[in-house]
Ligand binder design. Structure first.
Ligand code: URP
Ligand code: ZN
Ligand code: ZN
Ligand code: ZN
Length: 462
């Protein structure tokens, strides 16, 4: 099978140029000006960008918080349909073992959730919710199976570990050139503030934000980076959301530390006024870290413009508003945290970032694809349009307009956090390893996703 995509402007972080791309089977076979057809299929993509498939490095496709709590509205089947239809051809999901269980078991559980069901390619960050010698011995075994990134938590009582455990885990992760991401919030202080608010009868969704103030994120990031400096490990900060945190990152970088920063569309496009919505609608926006002030949003955009933020992923973790979010009707601490987002990231960031001139289309490609592939050991298999790479491609129509709405979304959840947002720019066609899997935002063929065995992070090399 060969396909030639003609006349699009091919983009990478290095620049853009009008070129043709030949796909043979699953790979890119040629990239050049006026490359020879014949091919089985010729696609005229003039007027469009040709972009490497987007990668979402932060999803919770299928999260079950246990008995009496909520499970995510999406699962691997539905969530990855929404992803791939709009241009996200790979996801790295958060795999979380149960306490006392091995990473190997967790890997098997997640493979069970994804294999044969995922419509995007997929991998996992392996969560370390506790630490002991057995888990330490499993780190190289995970790396040998292509799992080279790990996740830890400084908040959530069921997930967080001590600073000493984080340090010990970092020392093992370093040996495999792995990448660690941490959820940074001071969990003790979150607990203390929550108890204080509830004791005063303050139970509404808006208190979710007030009990997780900016400083609790910045303090945790500072502690994380202190530990990472001791371990001499390059590290990722997931879902960074505040201007105080950016200051902490700048200081660490000024000392020569390798720090990589992820933010998410919700911290760039939504602010804490949403928690004031009537009829419990603020619960739709309960996620951790919470939505921040407009000042924080502006600081994040400035950091993006200046290249201080490396990646944008979604933290897709969706619960239905009716029923699931309502579990916390009388107690904001019981509202299941997280929101939908895997479907809308490309259109939102292109619209708010590229069409406004805040970021270039080259930066857009870096933030949603190339930087992620490099950081998480998938480059150059993913994240770039060059000979030999997987033919994960998005024909991006910069003129296509739309309106985000729960009515039309593919995510299997009963609301959109971005309801009514007008978009400009959308995926016209999406190819996953050479096969066209989506057209005009709709799925053509599903469940073609494969596990991506990843190598160590490129950021250990430099
Ligand atoms: O509230 C959120 N973000 N839920 C998902 C888990 C996490 O903290 O990333
Ligand atoms: Zn088990
Ligand atoms: Zn988190
Ligand atoms: Zn998350």
């Amino acid at each position: 099978m060969s396909i030639v995509i003609k006349g699009a402007t091919v983009v990478s972080t290095y620049g853009q140029r009008q070129m043709d791309v030949r796909i043979v089977d699953e790979k890119i076979a040629a990239v050049g000006v006026d490359i020879a057809t014949p091919a089985d299929t010729i696609v005229d993509a003039r007027g469009c960008y040709l972009l490497p498939g987007f990668i979402d490095a932060h999803t919770h496709m299928e999260l079950n918080n246990g008995p009496g709590t909520a499970s995510t509205a999406d699962n691997f089947t539905t969530g990855t349909i929404a992803a791939v239809a709009k241009g996200t051809t790979a996801v790295i999901d958060m795999a979380t073992p149960d306490r006392g269980h091995s990473l190997q078991e967790c890997l098997a559980t997640w493979n069970n959730l994804a294999a044969g069901k995922s419509s995007s390619d997929y991998s996992y960050h392996m969560s370390l919710i506790e630490w002991n010698s057995q888990l330490a011995a499993e780190i190289p075994k995970m790396a040998a199976q292509g799992i080279t990134s790990f996740k830890m938590y400084m908040a959530y009582d069921n997930l967080r570990t001590t600073d000493a455990e984080i340090y010990a885990a970092m020392c093992e992760i370093k040996k495999v050139h792995g990448m660690l991401g941490i959820h940074c919030e001071n969990g003790d202080l979150v607990n203390a503030l929550q108890a204080q608010y509830l004791a005063n009868g303050l139970t509404a969704p808006k208190y979710h934000a007030l009990t997780r103030p900016n400083q609790l994120e910045a303090e945790a990031i500072n502690r994380y980076l202190t530990i990472a400096a001791l371990a001499d490990l390059p590290v990722n900060i997931v879902h960074l959301s505040t201007r105080e945190s950016l200051a902490v990152v700048r200081a660490a970088r000024a000392r020569g530390q390798k720090v990589y920063v992820e933010t998410c569309p919700q911290y760039l496009l939504l602010d804490d006024h949403y928690y004031e919505l009537p009829n419990f609608e603020g619960a739709k926006y309960v996620c951790s870290p919470p939505l921040r002030s407009q000042q924080d949003e502006q600081a994040l955009w400035q950091a993006l413009e200046q290249g201080e933020i490396n990646t944008i992923s979604t933290d897709h973790c969706d619960f239905n508003f009716h029923e699931q979010k309502f579990i916390g009707k009388d107690d904001f601490t019981k509202i299941p945290g997280g929101m939908p987002g895997v479907e809308t990231r490309p259109e939102l960031i292109y619209t708010a970032g590229v069409t406004t001139g805040k970021i270039s289309v080259e930066q857009f490609v870096g933030l949603l694809s190339e930087n992620i592939a490099r950081q998480f050991g998938m480059y150059p298999q993913k994240g770039i349009i060059q000979v030999g790479s997987d033919a994960d491609l998005v024909i991006w129509d910069p003129q296509q307009t739309g309106v985000i709405s729960a009515q039309t979304q593919l995510q299997n959840v009963d609301y959109s956090a971005f309801e009514g947002f007008k978009t400009k720019g959308a995926a016209r066609a999406v190819y996953l390893r050479g096969q066209q899997v989506a057209a005009q935002g709709q799925l053509l063929v599903g469940q073609q996703g494969k596990f991506i065995a990843r190598h160590g992070s490129d950021y250990h090399l430099k």
